[in-house]
Design a protein around this ligand. Structure first.
Ligand code: CUA
Length: 317
């Protein structure tokens, strides 16, 4: 276990849960270390005393039976008072930290995060909808409203913030402020079904100008809709893809990821495959091969049909 913990920073730098990159994550990490330190002092104090007493007061040949003791008021008061003060202290500290993390800045960017089996939906202001990759601006607080479409999931991006659950019928609020541009890996951290392990996400922190450009591009309807008599669009319609997926201007399904700008994302299937034309073709040929149990069925496309569908999707930028 210790070896695993020590190996973690080298093999998965951004996934080591205590490399905080935001004020909120730093404050959580600080609280974590405080609790670890207090617990460590108690653990080693108790174990040390135990070892000392075992050696010092061990039974010696010929020693008399020790005199029985029935309670010691002074000691009992001490070992009640010390844990009480420690716990109240840690609690007060924790309440302060929670308050500082949930203070919402007036210019905070509101994003609704909806957990689905097994992908993430993001709803930005002005009806911008994205999936799995959460773009945020550097230097501006993000206020996430966490919801669930089905079961309980937990949104977790270790470097940016702690964990918060998405619970059906409830809004949980969570905030973070990215300070450095870059990609931050995250995952669902609560078992939510067979593909829980492939409910990955990525937060992409952009410089404000880049973020504005991204948001404007997402807000745009598609520059040109694919021709409605193309083979791929016929496949899309004949297989009722639009019943689940939105492609702005073509369909408005709400149960599966919005595909309007799928071509601009880096992964397919919430992280299961890199988004390349070859992988998209393999995914279209049989999604169940890569994500068994997911709601995306195998349509038994021929190789040619899978390739046509992939080409259609990769063009949606
Ligand atoms: Cu969603 Cu685990």
């Amino acid at each position: 276990m210790l070896a695993l913990l020590l190996a973690a920073p080298a093999s998965a730098a951004s996934f080591w849960p205590v490399t905080p990159q935001t004020p909120q994550a730093r404050s959580i990490t600080f609280l974590f270390w405080i609790v670890i330190a207090v617990s460590g002092v108690i653990l080693f104090g108790v174990l040390g005393a135990l070892v000392l007493f075992i050696i010092r007061y061990r039974a010696r040949p010929g020693a008399a039976e020790p005199r029985p003791i029935y309670g010691n008021m002074r000691l009992e008061l001490w070992w009640t008072a010390i844990p009480f003060v420690l716990l109240v202290g840690v609690y007060a500290f924790m309440v302060g930290e929670v308050r500082s993390e949930t203070t919402i800045a007036s210019n905070a960017l509101d994003i609704t995060v909806i957990g689905h089996q097994w992908w993430w939906e993001y709803r930005y202001p002005d009806n911008v909808v994205a999936a799995n990759e959460l773009h945020v601006p550097v230097g501006r607080q993000v206020r996430l409203t966490l919801q669930s479409a089905d079961v309980v999931h937990t949104f977790w991006v270790p470097d940016l913030a702690g964990k918060e659950q998405t619970i059906p019928g409830q809004n949980n609020i969570w905030t973070f402020t990215a300070e450095k541009a870059g990609d931050y890996d995250g995952a669902c951290s609560e078992y939510c079904g067979t593909q829980h392990g492939w409910m990955r996400l990525k937060v992409i922190a952009d410089q404000p100008a880049d973020f504005d450009r991204w948001l404007a591009a997402q807000r745009q309807p598609l520059a040109s809709l694919p021709s409605s008599d193309s083979d791929a669009v016929k496949l899309f319609n004949d297989n009722a893809c639009g019943g689940c997926h939105t492609v702005n201007g073509m369909s408005n399904g709400r149960v599966a990821p919005d595909l309007t700008h799928i071509g601009s994302r880096t992964t397919i299937g919430a992280g299961v495959l890199a988004n390349t034309p070859e992988n998209m073709t393999r995914w279209m040929a049989n999604p169940q091969e890569f994500k068994p149990g997911s709601l995306m069925p195998n349509f038994h496309f021929t190789q040619e049909q899978a390739r046509q569908m992939a080409a259609l999707l990769e063009d949606l930028k």
